[in-house]
Design a protein. Structure first.
Length: 483
């Protein structure tokens, strides 16, 4: 291969989507290219920057905005520049915060005032493939309930109501009238299209692919062909930076697949018996005070097969109808380790500690989480998607802005829908609260290549079931110990 001398693009070769669809590229080639693109520090030869457009795709006078601007973006060289703690693909410190919706402004703003943007902390992407698959299955179930209500109402000639429950999560109920209209006024925590959107803290992004297309343009000024190419816009240099076709359809597929195949977060239970016992007791107390009503310890995934593209992708993202064959892989067999395990029935238990539902965490006493002023995606400013806790132990700081330094602070400001469990937590003894925090600290992104989902501090497998049984109050009391 010829050597390249001097400045030039970081991305020398783009991935061909047709080779992916034909099966000529195996999983690991696609995965490795996605990892490369996630870490690549794009430059002007790659097409970094968008001098002629805003982050929302509107035209602007070329050169009227700087190549980089922290508040209005582009503000980053690479995806891994923000998603890096403790590993590439994970979360970011408050210094990596983004200013959501400022990217659409023309002229740009250099203010961090909430009247111009919503400041958000960078969340981790580990386990994201499982989350997207859960959202797809939950969407299918919810929309099937709606369709059944419409069909039954038409047949019966009167209104029919359906409770919207999927995987143990309730999204309220809807009522279908005989004429086919649907009343969504009692639907909770999801849009009326019943399409579950599991990404962004507001729950407004359907898929990792949509997330990737958005972020490449927003943060780096790198436009994908599938959204900004000539077939859609009439020009192959939509942002007028002198570089055409900056990211191929195959590039976006590869970046999506890499994120979907990141390792599954797990749990670290040290060998110190005092700490181990605190973790086991803390998990039990976490459920007892009601934290698990929203931070559900597990959701069951029916199928572990991740397919790309997502069948629910919105316009501007690759559609299933546009490919000759979807790219698919089993998340329990391929990707970074540790991977999730199949049950005997072939299902996967996803221990993400979320219900993938939007909630209001504010009331008249606690409104720390209600600082935002701009509505994103039609979602009320006070609502946020339940944070996944499976990586909370090593992805500080906390809160949607990352402005809370301890877990106890984060719990303190839980009002609204979480007020009852919040009050129960602070009614506990100091030791019991400390045990809950110790449990949360144990939920972590594990070191690369970890072979097990539950390990000790040395990465060796830990038998959590045995620990739980040994600390069971009933079991202990039968041998003469106090519960």
């Amino acid at each position: 291969m010829a050597q390249h001398i001097g400045d030039g693009p970081i991305v020398r070769e783009h991935m061909d989507q047709q080779l992916i669809e034909s099966g000529d590229l195996d999983f690991w080639k696609v995965f490795d290219h996605g990892e490369f693109l996630f870490a690549a520090k794009f430059n002007t030869y790659d097409g970094q920057g968008r001098p002629g457009t805003t982050g929302g795709g509107d035209a602007r006078v070329p050169g009227s905005a700087p190549a980089f601007i922290r508040t209005s973006a582009p503000e980053s060289n690479s995806c891994a520049g923000c998603h890096n703690d403790p590993l590439p693909g994970a979360s970011g410190d408050i210094v990596a915060n983004v200013f959501v919706l400022a990217q659409t402004l023309d002229p740009v703003t250099d203010s961090v005032s909430p009247q111009f943007s919503n400041e958000r902390n960078t969340l981790g992407m580990h386990g994201a493939g499982l989350i997207e698959l859960l959202a797809r299955e939950m969407t299918a179930e919810l929309q099937a309930l709606r369709d059944a209500a419409v069909s039954e109402a038409a047949e019966a000639g009167n209104s029919v109501s359906k409770m919207l429950q999927t995987k143990g999560v309730s999204f309220g109920r809807l009522t279908a009238a005989a004429d086919g209209t649907v009343d969504y006024s009692e639907v909770e925590g999801i849009d009326h299209d019943l399409l579950l959107k599991p990404f962004h803290q507001k729950g407004v992004v359907v898929s990792l692919r949509e997330f990737t297309n958005n972020a490449m343009n927003h943060h780096h000024g790198m436009q994908s062909v599938e959204r900004f190419g000539a077939a859609r816009t009439g020009t192959d240099d939509f942002d007028q930076d002198g570089v055409s076709d900056e990211l191929s359809v195959g590039d976006i597929t590869a970046t999506t697949v890499w994120q979907a195949a990141l390792a599954t977060p797990g749990q670290v239970i040290p060998n110190d018996p005092v700490v181990a016992r605190a973790i086991i007791r803390g998990e039990r107390t976490f459920s007892r005070v009601g934290c698990d009503s929203c931070h559900k310890p597990e959701l069951v995934l029916d199928s572990p097969i991740f397919t790309e593209p997502n069948p629910y992708n919105p316009d501007g993202n690759l559609q299933v109808s546009e490919v000759t064959s979807v790219f698919s892989f089993d998340v329990t067999q391929l990707g970074d380790s540790p991977r999730p395990e199949k049950t005997n029935s072939g299902k996967v238990v996803v221990r993400a500690f979320t219900d993938l539902k939007r909630h209001n965490l504010c009331d008249e006493d606690y409104n720390h989480y209600c600082n935002e002023e701009l509505v994103q995606g039609g979602v009320p400013t006070e609502q946020f998607l339940t944070r996944k806790l499976w990586d909370v132990g090593n992805t500080a700081p906390y809160g949607h802005r990352g402005d809370l330094t301890t877990m106890t602070e984060s719990i303190h400001y839980h009002g609204g829908d979480a007020r009852e469990s919040r009050d129960r937590f602070f009614a506990l003894s100091e030791m019991q609260r400390a045990e809950v925090i110790e449990f949360l600290k144990s939920l972590q992104i594990l070191p690369e290549g970890s072979a097990y989902l539950v390990v000790d501090e040395n990465g060796q497998a830990k038998n959590k079931t045995r620990l739980t049984r040994s600390d069971n109050p009933v079991r202990r009391s039968t041998v003469g110990e106090s519960p």
